[in-house]
Design a protein around this ligand. Structure first.
Ligand code: BES
Ligand code: ZN
Ligand code: ZN
Length: 489
């Protein structure tokens, strides 16, 4: 584990591999320690460094700052337009450039600005570095992941007490983010429903979280017919996992989190094309987020009861696979005509949402990589959110904004309900038209969400096709940090 320190030193005496110096554009504004400010000014005067947002300049053995091998100047853009997210991303981009070099000991100067609270700035700086401190090397021939050993944030006299109090949540949130990235990135043949469930058991033991695993027999007894139908084409049988975190004292409230855990989505008999399947190992990200978040709540001794439900299943075509035309009697008793075996997530979630209601929580939130349509609507950097409780939806969107992960609401308009009616069953699993696919999927789930306060998140931002700022290519690990922000509020 990386050691972390926030201190009120100016940072000019930092000794280590690299000192990251975030700089606002505009010359008179660097309230930096003198020796460092001299270097920054010189670089701005003599070179083309303008401190534009995300602009990076590495300097070897900078003059007057003698104990650091490197100094990395990174632009924050205009001070008037600064936000926590810009700080996170700029510092994170600089930190990734350091990580790639294999540097282990890094310092960061917390930028001084009157446009944000000190603790906001310091927390964003630290999050930027820690979120960048991730390297997938597990599947390289030589698995030697790069990692920082020591991170120091220098605040030049600014009060550090508030930011220090935020440290546990920052560290647990980043660890949970990294756990999700790792699970999302794991090759699908290494993470079957059974292996995923075993991991949940192991983590549950370590964190004193009660874990129950329903195997296919228990699923049949419990009428999880949607989960079973989706899984019946695969050699790997499905599991439903329940995680129970309870605080020692009386819980303030009880939250139920539900995660889609399709360990691989080939589309089933409604087979995806080769391109469409390339990233479908990420179809378990909802379940990974739920698992990581429940463990983080336990690590932080949260005063809220949190139940997590994971629907783990593989969607494959075979002689035993479920077929377009099949009718499934879901756990709730409502029947579903399957028109497209690739709309499998909603069949899994139909059972899980019905089951979730039995836990009688105050809120149910489901997380699922449910539709390509949501990705078309919002792009890779924003997840969709819908629900029956506007207050809950607003709180979750605010939590996302606070941690720099975007959620945007889509309307569950009644008019579209028509399109999921079936001629022969209560519902059909595909609306037939691609228009508004994220909404029609949301409306389908709504039929099974019995809790008055329910929200559904369509995880379009779970995967980054290219690396950017503090993110690597692949799983983004978004989710646990905004969930924690909401749960711990
Ligand atoms: N897991 C996919 C959704 C998905 C696709 C997420 C691409 C991210 C990228 C889901 O199971 C699916 O295939 N949904 C179908 C639904 C359709 C058949 C009604 C889709 O979005 O095409
Ligand atoms: Zn699918
Ligand atoms: Zn899917």
């Amino acid at each position: 584990m990386v050691s972390v320190d926030i201190n009120s030193q100016p940072g000019k005496d930092f000794s280590g591999d690299a000192l990251i110096v975030p700089v606002f554009s505009g010359r008179e504004r660097h309230r930096l320690p003198l020796a460092i400010s001299k270097v920054a000014r010189q670089v701005m005067d003599e070179s083309d460094f303008k401190a534009d947002y995300l602009e990076l300049v590495p300097l070897h053995h900078p003059n007057g700052v003698k104990d650091t091998r490197w100094m990395v100047l990174v632009g924050l853009g205009e001070e008037e337009a600064v936000t926590p997210n810009k700080i996170r991303k700029a510092v994170g981009a600089a930190a990734r450039s350091c990580l790639k070099k294999g540097w282990k000991k890094v310092g960061v100067i917390s930028p001084s600005t009157s446009n944000m609270e000190h603790d906001e700035v310091q927390a964003a700086v630290l999050e930027g570095v820690l979120l960048a401190n991730f390297d997938t090397a597990a599947f390289k021939g030589k698995p030697e992941p790069k990692a920082f050993e020591k991170v120091e944030v220098f605040t030049n006299g600014d009060d550090t007490r508030k930011a220090r109090r935020r440290l546990p949540q920052i560290q647990a949130g980043v660890a949970a983010c990294h756990r999700v990235r790792e699970l999302t990135n794991t090759p699908p043949s290494n993470l079957s429903p059974e292996v995923f469930a075993e991991l949940a058991k192991k983590l549950g033991k370590e964190h004193k979280v009660a874990v129950e695993v329903l195997d296919p027999e228990a699923l049949a007894k419990g009428n999880f017919n949607g989960v079973l139908a989706v899984g019946q084409g695969s050699a790997k049988t499905p599991r439903v996992v329940t995680l129970e975190y309870k605080p020692k004292e009386k819980a303030k409230r009880h939250i139920v989190l539900v995660g889609k855990g399709v360990c691989f989505d080939s589309g089933g008999l409604s087979l995806k094309d080769a391109k469409g399947m390339e990233t479908m190992k990420d179809d378990m990200t909802g379940a990974a987020i739920v698992l990581a978040t429940v463990m983080a709540c336990a690590e932080l001794d949260a005063s809220v009861q949190v139940t997590g439900i994971l629907g783990l299943v593989e969607n494959m075509p075979s002689g035993s696979a479920y077929k377009p035309g099949d009718v499934i009697r879901s756990r709730s008793g409502k029947t579903i005509e399957v028109l497209n075996t690739d709309a499998e997530g909603r069949l899994v979630l139909a059972d899980l949402l019905d089951y979730a209601a039995e836990f009688q929580g105050d809120h149910v939130v489901d997380l699922a990589t449910l539709t390509g349509a949501c990705l078309v609507a919002l792009g890779e950097g924003v997840s969709g959110i819908m629900g029956t409780d506007q207050k809950l939806v607003d709180r979750l969107m605010d939590a996302g904004a606070a941690v720099g992960e975007h959620l945007w609401q889509l309307p569950l308009v009644e008019e579209y309900r028509e399109s999921i009616k079936s001629q022969i069953a209560d519902l059909k699993n595909s609306a037939g038209s691609r228009w508004g696919g994220a909404i029609t999927a949301g409306l389908f789930l709504k039929e099974f969400a019995k809790n008055d306060s329910w929200a559904h998140v369509d995880l379009s931002s779970c995967w980054a096709s290219t690396e950017k700022d503090f993110r690597t290519q692949g799983g983004t690990g978004e989710g646990p940090r905004w969930l924690l922000e909401w749960i711990l509020a």
